[in-house]
Design a protein around this ligand. Structure first.
Ligand SMILES: C[S@@+](CC[C@H](N)C(=O)[O-])C[C@H]1O[C@@H](n2cnc3c(N)ncnc32)[C@H](O)[C@@H]1O
Length: 229
């Protein structure tokens, strides 16, 4: 069914993944989040916007009791199911739907999400488009976490500097969550972002740094935010 296969190493884990141009290929932030996943055995996990299923598979291998993985894209849902089987992981329930709709009335110990955050005036592909300021999906995931986490539950979520790392920190505080930064990276702009650079630098929340080659780069922070017990 899928022609390409790759392996991603995270600590002692080697995750095999099918690849297809219709589904998001795990990149730097996906790997950073994966390296930040710490679970107590048996926890119930939600991976929101699972794409290839990568983060759900890592969570399962790290001891999640069960995992629900959701995505709006039917292609992603099909691939996440195939990748779970490829990795011999049988406790992931993959569901198709918009944001928290497939888990209405359900609560989790841990929510993991790597939402699309590319800001653009024109719509982009669903796996990257974050609305005009890049925060449309991110903010909805943040607000919904309070409803879908059990008391004491944790949200693991990144924010990239072009959409405002401090904006996420303030939102988490307003939601009554106790947060800390558990991962950090710096990544040069992709071809897509270079094309959007003139737009991005005018966004009020955006911050860009330039590396030693004077390439524009964004930074990413992974937040772990906890609901009070
Ligand atoms: C940046 S990719 C991350 C994929 C994967 N979690 C990873 O880290 O490799 C974002 C994913 O969110 C999905 N997505 C975008 N909008 C969504 C929505 N409104 N509801 C659910 N999933 C959505 C996309 O289809 C895509 O698979």
């Amino acid at each position: 069914m899928y022609k390409k296969l790759r392996t991603i190493k995270i600590g002692n884990l080697a995750i095999k993944l099918y690849e297809d141009k219709k589904v998001y290929r795990p990149l730097a932030v996906s790997k950073l989040i994966a390296s930040c996943i710490k679970l107590k055995g048996g926890e119930r996990v939600l991976d929101l916007g699972t794409g290839s299923g990568f983060l759900a598979i890592v969570a399962s291998k790290l001891g999640a009791g069960s995992c629900v993985a959701t995505d709006i894209s039917p292609d992603a849902v099909a691939m996440a199911k195939a990748n779970a089987e490829l990795n011999a992981v049988y406790n992931i329930d993959v569901r198709q739907g918009n944001l928290y709709e497939p888990v209405e009335n359900e609560c989790f110990d841990v929510i993991i999400s790597n939402p699309p955050m590319t800001p653009s005036q024109k719509p982009l592909r669903v796996e990257t488009y974050g609305g005009a300021d890049g925060r449309a999906i991110l903010d909805t995931v943040l607000k919904g976490a309070k409803v879908h986490l059990r008391p004491g539950g944790r949200l693991l979520i990144p924010t990239i500097s072009i959409v405002g790392i401090d904006v996420t920190a303030k939102m988490l505080a307003q939601l009554g969550m106790i947060y800390r930064c558990v991962g950090y990276t710096v990544v040069p702009f992709s071809k897509l972002l270079k094309g959007l650079e003139d737009y991005i630098i005018r966004l009020p929340n955006a911050s860009i740094i330039y590396d030693r080659y004077m390439r524009p780069c964004w930074t990413a922070v992974v937040f772990e935010a906890r609901l009070p017990p």
